[in-house]
Each structure stands twice: as structure tokens, then as C-alpha cells.
Design a protein around this ligand. Structure first.
Ligand SMILES: Nc1nc2c(c(=O)[nH]1)N[C@H]1C(S)=C(S)[C@@H](COP(=O)(O)OP(=O)(O)OC[C@H]3O[C@@H](n4cnc5c(=O)[nH]c(N)nc54)[C@H](O)[C@@H]3O)O[C@H]1N2
Ligand SMILES: Nc1nc2c(c(=O)[nH]1)N[C@H]1C(S)=C(S)[C@@H](COP(=O)(O)OP(=O)(O)OC[C@H]3O[C@@H](n4cnc5c(=O)[nH]c(N)nc54)[C@H](O)[C@@H]3O)O[C@H]1N2
Ligand code: SF4
Ligand SMILES: [Mo]
Length: 705
């Protein structure tokens, strides 16, 4: 693995080793191209996992394009990543280690050498040799790459005996719900949505967050399919569907149960499929019969006729497919809601065809060898405590079980974690030693004792899975690292060496880690090296004959595993903790879905993308705006007992009455008053999966005085 993949011109020109040497010298263990076209993978937390091609001239990236040879990418990148070169060359890139010189949060730092920074960090770690649990890693999917995201870092913290991190911030409610129901993050193949005749786009703004799926939905529509969007917000996707069901946030289980009611009373059921391939039908039937559409209409805040029509379409159209996304599980009952939706395809036998069923995430289909990457054996029998990343605010303020050292990478918790005022208070603790390994000076980096500069996807190796398709992608570095930036793996290798860890796994280079990610039998690594991607060999209609990866081998309407935990074995409607209409002081429900031109808090600092988003916005329905004297474009105060946040009101029918939409996770320091939407969200957890409840949040909005 020494030369870049040659697509055309690079094949003719010899690969210069000059930049490769500087890359290696900089510790990237990478052979960057000085000229040619290099195939990589988009690292972002997005279901599409695109393959991209970087054109390099004289060691400089001059073009980045979607790979036309990769079926799922189809030569197209989203607007965000088509600006990746702007991000990479950004003047704000961190290019040398820095040490804090001002108060925490002030963002005042001075440059230091790598040796000084790493030696100091190692001293702080060694000082806690008798209490390693006070050291906490904090990382998420800043890169989805298996190497830079979950390999050397995990090994290092396992050997150290640091606290474990429960990585719940996005998908555990729905993910575990699917585990209990279907057996894992498994389901339809994305490409077969193109053959469906009815597609329910449920809790997903696909045009913004899953563009390459939208392509298949459009193909289906051209062939006569009907598209229905189920979302409290009239999103860009809702605009383009045939129908929009604008339910209240957190009421999806009620909708799904009343759809089941209609399937039962009209006998739109596949009795043979239910008998052969499901568990708990009688109990589910009884539960669903308690949910006539008239009842669900009140709970969901949508017309009864719309529910009846939706159930009718689902009961009588073949093949019918559901694209579920994580937007619907960020509420108290998110796990139950995902379970209720996951039951629908089995009831109508949709799984019999490859264009029927449901897809939430495809990631469970990748046989990643996480034990080889993470090496949990390095814990050597120790069982450190686990910290839930969603409640990092409370964890940092817990004096009984102190966190003394926090090591943040691949995440921006000060911006993205709920209940920011607590998070900020925790990060501001003078007795907390914080290291932030980052590409940019984020809100989180402002609170670091040491900021360490990280490489980008154009500068390091990686290997990828996907949660929206079923191809493995390889990412080769196209460029030498900027300045003194180093890859995550380099940093943890160096820390391990300085700690005196002598296990051979701590010297694995990135190529070795790439190869360790998948068992050789499932992946043709040569093909991957040649093309940059390789498809998993998996069936087209995985559950046509049952064979669910659950304990029973069936779709588990009733989950004995949930019942054994003392939870409801059947899916139910579990209302929001902050129920719309339940509070006179805070009468509006706020959801805060992604902004189209940002990726979580990534890209907020990229000027061209920020210009497209404008300013932090709150969409509010004309009726709710009028009763509060709020004009379109006015600065408003959005508040609840947890805090307040200022942004601009957009008076718009994109918001349904009673619900306001705060778009995107802005960097606090780039917002209007130094806060963002998470100042308002709570640390309460979901029913299943210990996940966040960002969209279970009551607020009031007032014109700014
Ligand atoms: N452009 C862009 N793309 C992204 C992201 C981004 O920030 N920007 N984020 C990425 C990440 S981290 C993830 S996890 C994925 C998936 O990301 P998701 O967060 O699922 O993103 P969306 O597809 O935008 O879907 C969220 C939709 O759910 C709706 N919604 C909110 N509450 C409810 C509810 O109670 N019920 C229902 N039915 N709908 C509800 C919102 O209005 C929104 O339209 O997308 C990824 N892709
Ligand atoms: N209110 C509200 N809050 C939310 C959500 C919401 O919908 N509403 N969505 C939630 C969801 S779904 C998610 S997934 C989380 C996302 O939260 P995070 O996972 O924290 O995602 P980002 O905000 O994109 O921050 C990722 C950071 O990683 C850095 N990074 C990227 N690549 C590398 C690398 O190779 N090395 C290092 N060291 N750093 C790197 C980037 O520069 C970036 O600052 O946010 C959650 N927060
Ligand atoms: S963010 Fe998603 S759509 Fe955009 S390039 Fe990356 S994988 Fe593709
Ligand atoms: Mo996410």
C-alpha cells in the first residue's frame, strides 16, 4: 500500500516519494500523492458514505469530486463536502499543538512542541495510575473511519483502564430497538427502494441528510410510487413528497399502532408470514386494537382521515418500503416508537420482496472485527465504570465520582451535547485537565488545557463501513498533513510509547489497522485497494424466509429480552416527558433537526456554507408568531428553565402550530449571543438505549426586548 490508486493520468506519471517522506516524517504513515487522482471516502457522520476522488497537483489538492465509478455515490457529493477543500485549506486549521494561557473558555493559547505537550499529558495520566477511572475519553463520529475513529484510541484507553464511554449521542434508542425487534441494524438494501410502489419517509429529511437515498426514491416515484413524509416539520423532503403527515414530535408509536389497528380491522395482514416468522402476534394485536385512528389523531395532532388513508395505502400497496431515520427517536419514547415502526413490514409480509421492508441503518450488516481493533482484552479483567456521553454535563459536575482528565477527539461536546449550561460549567472546572484533539478551534477546544492538531481525511488512511449502504470503502491520503497536524492513531501510538506500553498492538501502523478491521474471508482487500470500495455479499431480500438475527430467528413483536429487563415486552406509545400542551409557561415544543449545509457542528466555520445558512434560525408558524407579536426576521429569545438562546425568527409554514424548529447545531461562538440550541435541550434519556431526547423539549419564544 504505497502508491495512490491511479485512475488515469497518475498511472502514467511516477509517484513522487517526496511528499510521502514528509507525510511519514509527520507521522501519518501515509504515502501522499504529489500528483494524480487519489480515491478516498467521505468520513462524515452521514448514511451515504460517498467515495470521492481528489486531484492533486504539486502536492496541492485542486479538485475533489464524487467518484463516478462507485454506484452509491454516482459521481455526486453533497454541497457540504463539495466544499471540503475549502475546509481543508481553511486559515483556521489547527497546525501546531497549543497550551492554554488564559482562563478556560477564553480561547487564549500559545504554541508548544509536540514533545512538551505529550510529555505533560503523560505526566497527568501517570499521576492517576491508582485511579485511572478518573480519566475519560470523549469521542464520537467526527470521522466514521474505523481506524481514526475506533482503533488505537480504544486500545490505549483500555490499557490505561480509563472510564468507558457509552456512545449514545445519536442512535442507540432506535438502534437497540431494532436489535430487540429485528435482531440488529439490518434491513432493506437502499438501492431496492427504487422498485418500491409506496415509500414512507419517516423522521428523515432525506434531501438534506441522505441525498443518495433520495435519488432512489425519485426513481421509484417516476415509476409510479407514492411518497409519504412523516415529520413534524414541513421539510424540503416533505415539499417533494405526495403527502406530508405533520404529526407532533414524539407521537410516532401512536401513529404506527393505529396503522396496525387498520391493518387488523381491514384484514390487510399476511397471516402466513405472521405465523411463520414472528413472535407475540396475539399480544400485539390486542395492543394495536386499543389504538383506533380517532385516538391516534388526537395524540398525533393530525386528521383521522389522514391516518386511515395512510394505513390503507400501506395495507394494500406492494411492495411497500419504509425509510426510517434517527430524527424520530430523539424523544422519551424513541425506542418504543422505532420498535412499533419495525413491526409494520412483518404484518403485511413486506419482507417477502426485496423492495419491501424497512431501513433504519445498514451498519449491522458489516462484519467489523471490533475486538481486533479495540482490544478489550487489554482491560485485563478490570471493569471500569461507564459514562454516558449524553449526560456529560452531569458527569463533569458529579463530585462524588470525579472526572479529573477528559480527552476529547472526533467530537464537539460543548456544542452538541444537551443542556449546554451544565456542559460548559463542567468544562470550565479549573481542576479538570482537558485535552482536545481537533482540526479546528471549536467551542470545545476553547476549554482545553492542550489543543492538539489533527489531520483530515485528505491526510490520513482509513477504512469505512456505512449506515446507508453495504459497501466497504478505503480512504487513502491525498496530501501531506497540514503543518504539524497528526492523525489520531499517531497521537495514541505516541502516548502509548511514552506510557511505556510495550504490547505489539501499540506499534501497528494504519495499513495494518485497515487490514484488521474486517476478517479476510469477508472482504477482498485487493479489490478494495484497486477500486477504493468493495461490496459485501449479502442477500437481496434478507428476511423473505424469516431468518431474523434475533434469539428466536423471528421478528419479535414481543421481546422476552425487554420483558426480562422489567420493560414492556410490546411496543407502546410512550409520551414525551415534556408533552406539548402540558405546560402553560412553555407552550411550544421545540425540535432541532440538522441544517442542510452543516453536518452536526462540522462546517459551521466554513464561510461559504455558513453564508448559505445565514444565521441561527427558529422556524415558527404564523399563528404562533402572531399571538406573540413576532415579525419575520426579528431576533427572538427562546427559553425554558434550563436556559435561553437568541436567534432570528423565520415565520413559516415549515413549522406546524405548536412546534418550533431550531435548525442546526451552530458553534456557540458563531451564534447571536454565544449560545446555541442545546442551551434549551435536556439530559433526560430515552426509554430504550440511554439516548438523548433533543426533540422532547418545551420552550417559550418572545420578541427580543
Ligand atoms: N446535511 C446534514 N446531513 C446529516 C446531518 C446533518 O447534520 N446535516 N446529520 C447526520 C447525522 S448525525 C445523522 S444521525 C443522520 C440522520 O440524521 P437525522 O437527525 O435523522 O436527520 P434528518 O434526516 O434531517 O431527520 C430528522 C427529521 O426528523 C424530524 N423529526 C423530529 N422529531 C420527529 C418526531 O418526533 N417524529 C418524526 N417522525 N420526525 C421527527 C425532523 O423534523 C427532521 O426533518 O443524518 C446525517 N446527515
Ligand atoms: N440539538 C441537537 N443536538 C444534537 C443533534 C440534534 O439533532 N439536535 N444531533 C445529535 C447527533 S445525531 C449527533 S451524531 C451528535 C454529533 O456530534 P459530534 O459527533 O460531536 O459531531 P460534530 O459536531 O460534527 O463534531 C465532530 C468534530 O470532530 C472533528 N473531527 C473530524 N475528523 C476528525 C479526526 O480525524 N480527528 C479528530 N481528532 N477530530 C476530527 C471535527 O472537526 C468536529 O469538530 O450531535 C447531536 N446533537
Ligand atoms: S456528507 Fe454524506 S452525502 Fe455528503 S459527501 Fe459525505 S457521505 Fe456523501
Ligand atoms: Mo447522528
Amino acid at each position: 500500500m504505497t502508491s495512490p490508486i491511479a485512475l488515469d493520468d497518475a498511472a502514467a506519471s511516477p509517484v513522487s516519494r517526496t511528499s510521502a517522506t514528509s507525510a511519514a516524517a509527520a507521522g501519518a504513515a501515509a504515502a501522499a500523492a504529489s500528483a494524480g487522482r487519489v480515491i478516498g471516502a467521505c468520513p462524515h457522520d452521514c448514511p451515504d458514505t460517498c467515495s470521492f476522488v481528489t486531484t492533486v497537483q504539486d502536492g496541492v489538492a485542486v479538485k475533489l469530486q464524487g467518484n463516478p465509478d462507485h454506484f452509491h455515490t454516482a459521481g455526486v457529493l453533497c454541497t457540504k463536502v463539495s466544499r471540503y477543500l475549502e475546509r481543508n485549506a481553511h486559515e483556521g486549521r489547527l497546525v501546531q499543538p497549543m497550551k492554554r494561557v488564559g482562563p478556560k473558555g477564553s480561547g487564549r493559547f500559545e504554541p508548544v512542541g509536540w514533545d512538551e505537550a505529550l510529555d505533560h499529558i503523560v505526566r497527568e495520566l501517570k499521576r492517576r495510575a491508582d485511579r485511572p477511572e478518573t480519566i475519560v475519553p470523549y469521542s464520537y463520529a467526527g470521522t466514521m473511519g474505523l481506524v481514526q475513529g475506533e482503533s488505537m484510541d480504544r486500545r490505549f484507553f483500555h490499557k490505561l483502564g480509563a472510564s468507558l464511554l457509552d456512545r449514545t449521542i445519536c442512535s442507540t434508542a432506535g438502534g437497540e430497538a431494532f436489535g430487540y425487534t429485528l435482531g440488529g441494524k439490518v434491513g432493506m438494501r437502499v438501492e431496492f427502494f427504487a422498485e418500491s410502489k409506496l415509500i414512507l419517509i419517516w423522521g428523515s429529511n432525506s434531501i438534506g441528510s441522505n441525498l443518495h437515498f433520495w435519488r432512489h426514491a425519485q426513481a421509484a416515484r417516476r415509476a409510479g410510487a407514492r411518497l409519504v413524509c412523516i415529520d413534524p416539520r414541513k421539510s424540503e423532503t416533505a415539499d417533494k413528497c405526495d403527502e406530508h403527515v405533520a404529526l407532533l414530535p414524539g407521537t410516532d408509536a401512536a401513529l404506527a399502532l393505529s396503522m396496525m389497528h387498520e391493518l387488523i380491522v381491514n384484514d390487510w395482514l399476511d397471516h402466513a408470514y405472521i405465523a411463520a416468522h414472528t413472535v407475540g402476534w396475539e399480544q400485539l394485536r390486542e395492543r394495536a386494537l386499543q389504538w383506533p385512528p380517532s385516538r391516534a389523531a388526537v395524540v398525533c395532532g393530525v386528521p383521522e382521515t389522514q391516518i386511515v388513508a395512510l394505513a390503507g395505502a400501506y395495507g394494500t400497496t406492494r411492495p411497500a418500503a419504509i425509510r426510517l431515520n434517527y430524527g424520530m427517536q430523539r424523544v422519551h419514547g424513541g425506542g418504543n416508537a422505532a420498535r412499533a415502526v419495525a413491526c409494520l413490514p412483518a404484518l403485511v409480509g413486506a419482507w417477502r420482496e426485496r423492495a419491501g421492508g424497512v431501513l433504519l441503518s445498514s451498519s449491522g450488516q458489516f462484519p467489523v472485527d471490533r475486538a481486533a481493533l479495540h482490544r478489550p482484552d487489554l482491560l485485563a479483567g478490570r471493569r471500569p465504570r461507564t459514562i454516558n456521553m449524553t449526560t456529560i454535563g452531569d458527569a463533569l459536575l458529579d463530585r462524588a465520582h470525579p472526572v479529573e482528565v477528559l480527552f476529547v477527539y472526533n467530537s464537539n461536546p460543548v456544542a452538541i451535547a444537551p443542556d449546554s449550561s451544565k456542559v460548559v460549567q463542567g468544562f470550565a472546572r479549573d481542576d479538570l485537565f482537558t485535552v482536545v484533539l481537533e482540526q479546528f478551534q471549536t467551542d470545545t477546544a476553547d476549554y482545553a488545557d492542550y489543543v492538539l492538531p489533527a489531520t483530515t481525511q485528505l491526510e490520513h488512511w482509513d477504512i469505512h463501513f456505512s449506515y446507508g449502504h453495504t459497501d466497504v470503502l478505503l480512504n487513502r491520503p491525498a496530501l501531506a498533513p497540514r503543518g504539524e497536524a497528526r492523525s489520531n492513531t499517531w497521537v495514541f501510538r505516541e502516548l502509548a510509547r511514552r506510557m511505556g506500553y510495550d504490547e505489539p498492538c501499540f506499534v501497528d501502523d494504519d495499513e495494518t489497522l485497515c487490514r484488521a478491521a474486517y476478517p479476510p474471508a469477508v472482504l477482498d482487500f485487493d479489490e478494495l485497494q484497486q477500486r477504493g470500495f468493495a461490496s459485501l455479499r449479502i442477500p437481496e431480500a434478507p428476511f423473505a424466509e424469516g431468518n431474523f438475527p434475533t434469539p428466536s430467528g423471528r421478528c419479535e413483536f414481543f421481546s422476552a429480552r425487554l420483558a426480562a429487563l422489567g420493560l414492556d415486552g410490546l411496543p407502546d406509545h410512550v409520551p414525551n416527558r415534556e408533552l406539548p400542551g402540558s405546560s402553560a409557561r412553555y407552550p411550544l415544543a421545540m425540535i432541532s433537526p440538522p441544517a442542510r449545509n452543516f453536518l452536526n457542528s462540522t462546517f459551521v466555520n466554513v464561510q461559504s456554507l455558513r453564508s448559505m445558512e445565514g444565521e441561527p434560525l427558529l422556524e415558527i408558524n404564523p399563528v404562533d408568531a402572531a399571538s406573540r407579536g413576532i415579525a419575520d426576521g426579528a431576533v427572538v429569545r427562546v427559553f425554558n428553565d434550563r436556559g435561553e438562546y437568541r436567534c432570528r425568527a423565520e415565520v413559516s409554514a415549515r413549522a406546524r402550530p405548536g412546534v418550533v424548529n431550531g435548525l442546526g447545531i451552530w458553534w456557540r461562538k458563531l451564534g447571536l449571543a454565544g449560545t446555541n440550541v442545546n442551551e434549551l435541550t435536556s439530559q433526560a434519556l430515552t426509554d430504550i438505549g440511554r439516548g438523548p431526547t433533543f426533540y422532547d423539549c418545551l420552550v417559550e419564544v418572545a420578541a427580543d426586548a
